[in-house]
Design a protein around this ligand. Structure first.
Ligand code: APR
Length: 230
């Protein structure tokens, strides 16, 4: 089996598609307070407010197209036998670009979960006609099927990601500030197990100090340069 190349992506890879990042200039956490919008407590205190914010993000994402970086990663998956993407993003742009082997650590903004009957399904309606939306099975209150602060990550996604990080030879980290765990731990775990770390990010992050190669570029240009290294 060919050596495993693993990719971890964050909001930065979707920046060139017009999807706002969370931190850095123009980031969502500069305009909004995460504790007011991205926690279970905030949701149950004011589901309408939280859903208005997610509906606004879904409207932005529905107009976003995969950019060259997403497309290059989909191309690399087709070309390389042993290649996986682990993403913190919930925008679904990797899949829209054609990537098949994608692990979504923080869920997906197009999936909803019923807080009553626990059913989970895809809801692409945008904008939402009813806010907060109700479950099509039981009429209960729906929530976005994304991971909020203080919540645990999907068990299967997490265990698969840890196993891949321990077994990869090359770990490419693109467009993440590396400050949110456990996703941010994956590059360190890979390094401990002998992987080469390549970071593509216009800014320095905590991952930069363990990177064997740092490409201080935006995702699209950085991936074009990375491809030449292969
Ligand atoms: N190309 C590559 N990287 C970019 C670009 C770009 N065009 N523009 C910005 N970046 C980088 C920034 O320098 C920053 O390091 O992308 C990173 C974005 O960091 P964050 O906004 O913190 O996003 P992310 O790391 O994905 O956040 C992790 O935090 O709020 C939670 O659940 C949310 O999944 C998210 C998690």
């Amino acid at each position: 089996m060919k050596e495993l190349i693993l990719v971890l992506t964050g909001a930065g890879i979707s920046a060139e598609s017009g999807v706002p990042t969370f931190r850095g200039e123009g980031g969502l956490w500069k305009q909004f307070k995460p504790e007011e919008l991205a926690t279970p407590q905030a949701f149950f205190k004011n589901p309408k407010l939280v859903w208005e914010w997610y509906d606004w993000r879904r409207q932005i994402i529905s107009k976003a197209e995969p950019n060259e970086a997403h497309l290059l990663l989909a191309e690399l998956e087709r070309r390389l036998e042993n290649f996986f993407i682990i993403t913190q993003n919930v925008d679904g742009l990797h899949q829209k670009a054609g990537s098949k082997k994608v692990i979504e650590l923080h869920g997906n903004i197009w999936r909803v979960k019923c807080t009553n009957c626990k059913e989970e399904y895809e809801l692409y309606e945008v904008p939402l006609k009813e806010i907060p939306p109700k479950c099509k099975y039981c009429g209960g209150l729906l929530r976005p099927a994304v991971v909020w602060f203080g919540e645990s990550l999907p068990e299967k996604a997490l265990s698969e990601s840890f196993a891949l990080a321990k077994n990869c030879k090359l770990f490419l980290v693109i467009g993440t500030s590396g400050v949110v765990y456990p996703a941010g731990y994956l590059p360190f775990l890979a390094k401990q197990h002998g992987a080469k770390i390549v970071e593509i990010n216009p800014e320095s992050t905590p991952i930069s100090k363990i990177a064997d190669v740092v490409i201080r570029e935006k995702a699209s240009k950085g991936l074009r340069l990375f491809e030449k290294m292969l």
